[in-house]
Design a protein around this ligand. Structure first.
Ligand code: ATP
Ligand code: MG
Length: 329
């Protein structure tokens, strides 16, 4: 059976892009594979977070994952720092990670360019810790976005190197998990590009109904079609793309026909989109609020997740120690 691992940095609230692009697929995937989901709080320390914020963000992401449908009885969901075995594995793997190859990763170069005053060693070793996250459970598959492909490639390099160095077949060469045709990219409503935290154009799972309505009504459109079957501008196309995710097919057909006939009113289109987004988001938001206020439940989920993750982690670290020659007397 596939062993799948996915991590998320606790850097803010989740938006529709995260939901349709990742989370909703995870919810399905948890029944088909042995899944580990973790909240990467160690990783987020590379940018020197405010401690209060960090803890609150971990709690938020945890509540959002659970509210979206990750089932702690089915999958293992845990906080990275609750499984300190990952730091030992990271140290052990770092002995075979070359400074040159770490310096050459695109994400490191990008980070030091953007933040030249904070080029810390944690940043340089980020791919080693990420490899440790994955290899800790000997994950065969990792669902990754385009920006993470290079890190997964490095993980395979480290795994292969380790296996060759010690003459073992211990670590798998973890592959990208392929959701197949279901992979969708949710655009922003600001006329171009994707919805993203950095893009600052998110519609969040925690947004109240009126905030969603406001954000959608501000969506960029154009002056409207002037002749039958006019080409669709990017802003309007983006509205239809989000509709594909949240609206009934008959709704989409209706507005496409209106567009083709030049009778479309963008105000009506946006109102419909807002209500359809609300239909998806409102129940999740209500669950987020309930779960986030239930400290006893969160505590239990975190403890049980940590216990399950540590079991798998301890077995791996014990094997790796033994392979590398750290053995009990
Ligand atoms: P950042 O701006 O910090 O990169 P983000 O908003 O892009 O944040 P990530 O944390 O990078 O979000 O992504 C988490 C997951 O959500 C990844 O699997 C990523 O591919 C997916 N994802 C993010 N934005 C979108 C989007 N607009 N459409 C589809 N999937 C998305
Ligand atoms: Mg991103």
């Amino acid at each position: 059976m596939d062993i799948v691992l996915s991590g998320i940095r606790p850097t803010g609230r989740l938006h529709l892009g995260n939901y349709f692009g990742a989370l909703r697929n995870f919810v399905r995937m948890q029944h088909d594979a042995k899944c580990y989901f973790f909240i990467a709080d160690y990783h987020s320390l590379t940018t020197h977070n405010d401690p209060e914020h960090l803890h609150e963000n971990v709690k938020t992401v945890l509540a959002e994952y659970l509210a979206a449908g990750i089932d702690p009885q089915v999958a293992t969901i845990y906080i990275q720092s609750d499984v300190p075995q990952v730091t030992e594995l990271s140290l052990l793997l770092s002995m075979h990670a070359y400074v040159g190859e770490l310096e050459r990763t695109a994400s490191f170069k990008d980070k030091i360019r953007k933040n030249p005053s904070n080029v810390n060693a944690g940043l340089l070793c980020y791919p080693v810790l990420m490899a440790a996250d994955i290899l800790l459970h000997r994950a065969t598959h990792v669902p990754v976005g385009k920006d993470q492909e290079q890190h997964l490639e490095l993980t395979r390099v480290f795994a292969r190197r380790f296996n060759n160095m010690y003459g073992v077949e211990y670590f798998p060469e973890s592959q990208p998990y392929n959701f197949g045709a279901e992979l969708v990219k949710i655009p922003g409503l600001d006329g171009s590009g994707k919805m993203g935290k950095s893009e600052n154009n998110g519609i969040f799972l925690a947004d109240p109904d009126n905030v969603i309505r406001k954000k959608v009504m501000k969506a960029v459109t154009d002056s409207g079609p002037t002749e039958p079957n006019s080409p669709v501008s990017e802003g309007v196309a983006n509205i239809f793309t989000i509709m594909e995710a949240v609206s009934d097919p008959s709704t989409i057909t209706y507005f496409k026909e209106q567009y083709a006939a030049c009778t479309i009113r963008y105000g009506d289109l946006k109102k419909q989109l807002a209500e359809d987004i609300i239909r998806t988001v409102a129940p999740i938001r209500e669950r987020i609020e309930a779960i986030r206020n239930d400290d006893a439940y969160l505590h239990r989920v975190v403890c049980e997740g940590a216990e399950k993750a540590r079991e798998s982690a301890a077995a791996t670290v014990s094997d790796v120690r033994n392979i590398m020659g750290i053995r009990p007397f």
